[in-house]
Write a new protein. Structure first.
Ligand code: UD1
Length: 364
């Protein structure tokens, strides 16, 4: 019997861990345990995802909550260490690039436990992004690296990671999207918000580089002010963005803009339905670049770089940075020529988690 501790902590982790927990069922030699660090804790940021995606109740919740990066990372490490000592797992599996990923990875390897990283090898080459540090550190200490797109293979090769540790398995986030598409179709979110298919845009923004600076937020408001003249914008707002609008004194500008609807963060199924039927999605998220690629919906990524280049070379994603004029002109281009066919990146076929579980079962 091989004991695997699986870590999730923040919203984008939940759709990655869900298919893995399911895939372990095919392997009776694996005993999976699920640990929630509590990095995200609100109903909208956490509980809803467990309910909708059928993720088993976590075996343990470390309940760390929000804090500075150092404090949050340190608290996760402190609370995870005794759990590793108690359960003596064969593997610790971490997903994505959040603080919970790197914190639990460090604890595992320092106790001599093998570490597997799901979504390894992605690089934005921007060390000002907290997630980039988390990715580089986690990959450098992992024994098994599960890669979602070809750029990941190249990056890990350049960094000298031995080939035998690296497996190109596909994208677990897309496993979840494929498994839930039909269910999401049943969502009433468009009716509730009185939106018609293809007649609205969706925005999500939460990265420090966009929402921690009042000048940047002012520029973003100018962009929305242009775009809303074409189609209304729905903006399910991340709690850190909401807090910043108030703190930086720009809430009024966003809240009083006609055609801009700020709503609470949504559950997975409602948001999937909202994205799938949008005209254009504007975002700084990582996962949304991938999801829109599979949905065949135009995505404008309001960042200077992406760690997921396959969404540009094969998908529907365009990097637009933060230059207002460029964002608006790219928006107009998307409206004039929406994507007709979306290419599916290699192995984004809904079976990534099955591949990972099989490799872990063999390696145990
Ligand atoms: C984290 C991840 C980021 C990911 C994002 C998705 C890191 C470094 N960042 O950023 O990669 O894209 O999650 O959401 O791990 N808050 C709540 N309720 C919650 C959670 C957070 O109100 O359930 C608020 C708190 O005010 C908190 C702030 O959001 O201070 C930020 O949360 P935190 O987990 O520190 O980082 P995120 O910005 O969510």
């Amino acid at each position: 019997m091989s004991v695997i501790l699986n870590i999730c902590g923040a919203r984008p982790n939940f759709m990655k861990i869900a298919p893995l927990m399911r895939a372990y069922h095919e392997h009776p030699t694996i005993r999976p345990l699920l640990i929630h660090t509590g990095q995200h804790y609100d109903t909208n940021m956490s509980t809803l995802f467990f309910d909708q995606l059928g993720i088993p109740k976590p075996d343990l919740n470390l309940e760390v909550g929000s804090a500075s990066h150092a404090v949050q990372t340190a608290q996760i490490m402190e609370r995870f260490e005794p759990i590793v000592k108690e359960h003596k797992p064969d593997w610790v599996v971490v997903v994505g690039d959040v603080n919970s990923t790197v914190a639990c990875g460090l604890v595992a390897v320092k106790l001599g436990v093998r570490l597997a990283h799901v979504e390894a090898g992605l690089r934005s080459f921007d060390r000002a992004m907290p997630e980039e540090i988390n990715r580089v550190v986690t990959d450098s200490i992992s024994d098994l690296l599960f890669v979602s797109e070809p750029s990941g293979l190249e990056n890990l090769k350049h960094e000298g990671v031995p080939d035998e540790r690296v497996h190109f398995v596909g994208n677990v986030m897309i496993d979840t999207l494929r498994a839930n598409r039909d269910k999401a179709e049943q969502s009433r979110v468009l009716d509730e918000l009185k939106l018609a298919k293809g007649q609205y845009n969706v925005v999500t923004l939460h990265r420090p580089s966009n929402v921690d600076d009042p000048v940047m937020l002012g520029r973003i408001a100018d962009v929305f002010d242009e775009i809303r003249k074409d189609l209304p914008i729905v903006f399910p707002m991340h709690p850190r963005t909401l807090a910043n609008l108030g703190r930086l004194g720009v809430a009024e500008r966003f809240q009083s803009m006609d055609g801009l609807r700020i709503v609470e963060p949504m559950g997975y199924l409602d948001f999937l339905k909202l994205m799938a039927n949008a005209a254009v999605v504007l975002t700084d998220s990582g996962g949304i670049q991938e999801e829109t690629t599979i949905l065949g919906v135009s995505c404008l990524t309001m960042r200077e770089n992406t760690e997921r280049p396959v969404t540009i070379t094969q998908g529907t994603n365009t990097l637009v940075g933060t230059d207002g004029a460029k964002i608006v002109s790219e928006y107009r281009r998307c409206r004039q020529s929406p994507p007709t066919t979306a290419q599916v990146p290699e192995k984004w076929d809904g079976r990534a988690a099955e591949r990972i579980a099989a490799i872990l079962a063999d390696a145990s």
